[in-house]
Structures are given as structure tokens and as C-alpha cells.
Design a protein around this ligand. Structure first.
Ligand code: PLP
Length: 382
């Protein structure tokens, strides 16, 4: 099974053969011993990746399902939740709260920047009756990561507020020690840094979050976390799980364990550094405003003036067989987004850079390809 294209999207990513083949197995009973074993292995390895002793769950839904599940298990009608807004996914988080009947206290920040602890401190003090801070750790739409997350969690905790972290595009690819940072609830997705196919979301829940969840009124039926906890005791899910995806996740997590989480995070970081150095050597600019908040998993690059975004990406895909993402919402046509997730190495970095440089050249925008590739390779030389 050979990939016909190199998928460098901010999810889904290229899936290793081992994980793809793991899905081609007969169906089993999700109430039998074989499934219990798979469930236990996934649970153990997920705790390893989340770096937590908290309860962990796998939902047969994409990342948004995980977000919706947490919101609807935690937020009561009329309750306030603080949500820093700095891109599409943080806006969606606020929308999920609103649809549930909660009141998102939106902290608007310029696109390309991240919330800092002082922003949150000010809002947390002003909105002392808010229940939680809901925050996207890695904003996939702008290519930034909230480096001050540990301080933000502390600030929320001082006011007895929970911290709920959307780490869909970061888990396994950037630092996120859930227990050390005392994150109360964390959500992730299968199709990003774990290099698994799309369709599963994962959630970790800390004890003090359970105390709030248990008191939530009108909990959802399909996404009831307390029911999931009940079934987890038997190593089962309340409803029929997406069994082939569970096979895949089990294999992907085993691969993560074989490599080691630290090494995986380090590899993502190094590939990101290579991308950033090369893009700058190309004479192009990086979208995030502050260097220290550039994401290690999503590389957001400003599109040079007069360059047609969709044409470049079409040439990259058709001629050079590399697929990258474009901008979302207000950033449509303004940035390229390269997914630096999953099993990325220098080889994928160089192929992507070369495809991008050559496609730009094909549309008459000359970049210094040689200098860019040299800069990328240099990052791996030390
Ligand atoms: N949150 C973040 C930060 C994401 O990047 C994404 C997907 O890209 C989601 C949530 C939603 O995940 P999905 O598209 O799997 O529903």
C-alpha cells in the first residue's frame, strides 16, 4: 500500500503501513475478551501519551465530537466559560459553548498571536463566577502554540476554575504533560500527531473535573462521560465503537511507545525548525507574529503578493505529489499551512519544501530553493 501523494496537511497525515494494515482484521465482539485487551492496551498507552494518571476515553467521533462531548458534560445553561479567541478552532470552542446554552466570555486576540497569562489573569479576576477556562493549545488555523499554558492553568486554578484544553493538533507532537501542568480536561484527535486515520477523539478527565461533571444537568445521551466511565471499568464503550479505528489507534500508540514520546516531540520540533529556517531562506515570511509561539506541528507561511494560493497548491499536488493546506476563514488565500505532524522526518520536510519552491517558480515567483534546502538540512546536521 503505497501513498500516491505525500500528505502534509494539518490533519489528516500520512498513516504508516503498520497502522493501515492493522485495520484489515475481522470484526470482533465489542463485549468480548479480545476487545477488552485492545481497550486496555489503548488506555495504558493513551495515559502514556497524555502523561497522566487521569481517566482517558476514546470516542468514535472526530475531534469536534470530543470537544462537543466535554462542553455538553460540563456546561449548564447560563454558565460562563472563558474562551480566548485567536483563530477558527477557538471560535468553534466558543460556539459549542453557546449552542449548549452556556455563555462564552470571549477574549479576542489578534490573529497570529496567542493568549498570555496576563490576559487570562485580568479576565479571570473580572469574571470570577466563570466555571472554567476553555483554551485551544495549538491553534491549527494560524500556526501558533500557547507557550504560557502552564501559567494559564495555574491562574485558573487559583480562582477555582477548571482548565479545558483542546490539544487536537498537538498531542504527541508537542509538550503537554497533563498531570504536571494540572490540566483538568484535555481533548485530542487521532488524525494528527499520532499518525492514525481520522475518526477518533480522545479525552482525559481529572478527578476534580468529575465532581463538576457529575452535577451537570441534562447531560447528553450518546456522549455521556459518566456512562463512559461506567463502561470503562469493564474495558468497554457504552455503544458500538468504530472497531477498525480502535485497531489502528492501538497500533499507532504502540509505535509512539516504541519511538518514545520525548523523541517524537523532539522530532516534530526539529522538523519545524527546518521548515522555518528554510522558508526564511526562501525569502518568505512566517505568519505568527512572535517567534516563540510558532507551532511545532502547523507551519503557517505568508503567501507572497500576487501569488494564487489555489494554483500553487494544485501544482504542488498534481505535478509534485505533495498536498499542503491553505488558510481558513479570514486567512483564506493569505497563508499556506503545512502539517508537520505524525511520522515526519527530514525526507518529508525536503520533499515538501522542494515541491513548494518549484511550484512557486512555476507560477513565476522565484525563491532560492538551494538556500532553503541547505538551511533545512543544516538543522539536522547538529
Ligand atoms: N480543534 C483543533 C485545534 C483542530 O485542529 C481540529 C481539526 O483540525 C479540531 C478541533 C476538530 O477536529 P475534527 O476536524 O477532527 O473534528
Amino acid at each position: 500500500m503505497v501513498n500516491k501523494e505525500l500528505i502534509m496537511l494539518p490533519g489528516p497525515t500520512n498513516v504508516p503501513e503498520r497502522v493501515l494494515y492493522a485495520m484489515i482484521q475481522p470484526m470482533i465482539s465489542h463485549r468480548g475478551a479480545e476487545f477488552h485487551k485492545i481497550y486496555s492496551e489503548i488506555e495504558d498507552n493513551l495515559k502514556y501519551v497524555f502523561q497522566t494518571e487521569n481517566d482517558v476515553f476514546v470516542l468514535s467521533s472526530s475531534g469536534t465530537g470530543g470537544v462537543e462531548c466535554v462542553v455538553s458534560n460540563l456546561v449548564n445553561r447560563g454558565e460562563k466559560v472563558i474562551v480566548p479567541i485567536f483563530g477558527v478552532f477557538s471560535k468553534r470552542l466558543a460556539e459549542a459553548v453557546r449552542r449548549r446554552g452556556g455563555i462564552p466570555v470571549e477574549v479576542d486576540l489578534p490573529l497570529g498571536t496567542t493568549p498570555k497569562s496576563h490576559h487570562i489573569k485580568e479576565v479571570v479576576e473580572r469574571e470570577a463566577d466563570a466555571k472554567a477556562v476553555f483554551i485551544v493549545y495549538n491553534e491549527t488555523s494560524t500556526g501558533v502554540v500557547v507557550r504560557e499554558l502552564p501559567d494559564i492553568v495555574k491562574i485558573a486554578k487559583e480562582k477555582n476554575m477548571l482548565t479545558v484544553v483542546d490539544a487536537v493538533s498537538a498531542l504527541g507532537g508537542d509538550k503537554l504533560p497533563v498531570d504536571e501542568w494540572e490540566v483538568d480536561i484535555c481533548m485530542a484527535g487521532s488524525q494528527k500527531c499520532l499518525a492514525c486515520p481520522p475518526g477518533l477523539s480522545m479525552i482525559s478527565v481529572k478527578q476534580n473535573a468529575w465532581e463538576k461533571i457529575e452535577k451537570t444537568e441534562n447531560k447528553p445521551f450518546y456522549f455521556d462521560l459518566t456512562l463512559m466511565r461506567e463502561y470503562a471499568a469493564k474495558k468497554e464503550t457504552p455503544f458500538t465503537p468504530a472497531i477498525p479505528l480502535f485497531y489502528a489507534l492501538n497500533e499507532a500508540l504502540k509505535m509512539m511507545r516504541e519511538e518514545g514520546l520525548e523523541r517524537s516531540i523532539e522530532r516534530h520540533k526539529r522538523c519545524a525548525e527546518a521548515f522555518y529556517s528554510a522558508i526564511e531562506a526562501y525569502g518568505m515570511t512566517i505568519y505568527p507574529k512572535e517567534k516563540e509561539t510558532r507551532s511545532n506541528t502547523v507551519i503557517a507561511v505568508n503567501i507572497p503578493e500576487k501569488v494564487d494560493d489555489s494554483l500553487v497548491r494544485r501544482i504542488m499536488q498534481d505535478k509534485y505529489k505533495v498536498v499542503i493546506g491553505g488558510g481558513m476563514d479570514k486567512l483564506k488565500g493569505k497563508i499556506f499551512r503545512i502539517g508537520n505532524m505524525g511520522k515526519v522526518t527530514l525526507a518529508e520536510v525536503v520533499m515538501t519544501l522542494s515541491a513548494l519552491g518549484n511550484a512557486l517558480k512555476d507560477v513565476g515567483c522565484h525563491v532560492n530553493i538551494e538556500a532553503g534546502l541547505e538551511a533545512a538540512i543544516k538543522v539536522f546536521d547538529h
